[in-house]
Design a protein around this ligand. Structure first.
Ligand code: NAP
Length: 290
């Protein structure tokens, strides 16, 4: 029998999970949030549950409490609820942060709860998009054995694919997620700035770059790294890279450190691919590392 659950923090993650878990047969007690409006919206979307700003009123009877507040609020909210003895004996208390691990929830253990974290490895921009994207996403689970087992069931219930990591691995795991997701956004922004400096309008630049970005992402999956790497560094075109550095230095010097750092990382991939001769790699490293 799935545990009855409450969400504290009725934002994108909390509201989407409430709806998906309710659809999967988990009894929804209700949503507590900072504002009653957010809690109401969540309960309306689920079609069940009590909306409130009084979290302890919900958590006392919950077998599963999901603290889906912003990362920086998780420790404080958990501490306050534990101090009010608002977690039931045997309950599972969890958060969905990628950066923090379950130790931030340690105060809940004093109430007899077990603690864990379940981080869906996904980017959620709105509640609606979150409801579509969460099924099929990998979910990184860690924590006390009982909590980890319940959270693995939770992830599978909404179609998530469970992956486990050691608790101490979370900062690096999350740095990897930020690198692949947020830095890709920042990288495309840098490419747009270079196009704009070349005289191409921003809208046209974005339109023209998207097929390239999509094909690159597809090739990473289909062809694999390092074989999918193309371009001047993979070919060992030292002079082309020199031309780039001179042009960026003149038109957009603030982007030079980024270009140099990623160029050096690209040299490593090209060497692994086997298309970059060692002496060219040394020239490129010297040119990019200056
Ligand atoms: N969004 C993503 O892409 C994503 C992906 C993976 C994991 N996560 C994780 O999911 C968690 C929630 O993120 P989110 O994107 O859903 O954030 P969000 O949309 O900003 O929602 C957070 C909600 O928490 C509520 N809140 C803030 N402080 C509170 C408090 N002290 N007590 C009760 N409620 C409080 C806010 O309330 P009001 O609306 O009532 O003001 C807000 O609705 C975070 O741990 C985040 O790291 C997010």
């Amino acid at each position: 029998m799935p545990p009855r659950f409450a969400i504290i923090g009725a934002g994108k993650m909390g509201t989407a999970l409430a709806r998906l878990l309710s659809q999967a047969g988990y009894g929804f007690i209700g949503a507590a949030s900072r504002s009653l409006d957010s809690a109401r919206r969540a309960c309306e979307l689920v079609g069940a549950g009590e909306p409130t700003t009084d979290a302890p009123a919900l958590t006392r009877s919950a077998g599963l409490v999901l603290l889906t507040v912003p990362d920086d609020a998780i420790a404080r909210v958990c501490r306050e609820l534990a101090a009010a003895s608002a977690f039931g004996e045997g309950a599972v208390v969890a958060h969905c942060s990628g950066a923090y691990d379950s130790t931030v929830l340690a105060p809940a253990r004093a109430c007899g709860a077990s603690v864990g974290s379940m981080h869906p490895l996904q980017t959620l921009a709105t509640v609606e998009q979150a409801m579509q994207a969460l099924p099929g996403s990998f979910c990184c689970v860690e924590g006390d054995p009982h909590a980890a087992s319940v959270l693995s069931d939770v992830a599978r219930a909404f179609g998530g694919r469970v992956m486990s990591i050691p608790t101490e691995g979370k900062p690096l795991y999350h740095a990897a997620a930020v690198t692949a997701c947020n830095f890709l956004v920042a990288l495309v922004e840098a490419a747009l700035k270079l196009d704009e400096a070349a005289g191409i309008g921003r809208a046209e630049a974005l339109q023209s770059l998207m097929p390239l970005v999509r094909a690159t992402v597809d090739n990473i999956e289909r062809v694999g790294i390092p074989q999918c790497l193309t371009g001047p560094i993979a070919r060992g075109d030292v002079e082309t890279t020199g031309r780039h550095l001179r042009a960026i230095g003149q038109a957009a010097p603030d982007l030079l450190p980024l270009y140099r750092a990623l160029g050096l990382q690209t040299v490593e991939v090209a060497l692994a691919k086997g298309t970059l001769p060692r002496e060219r790699a040394a020239e490129l490293r010297e040119m990019l590392g200056q």
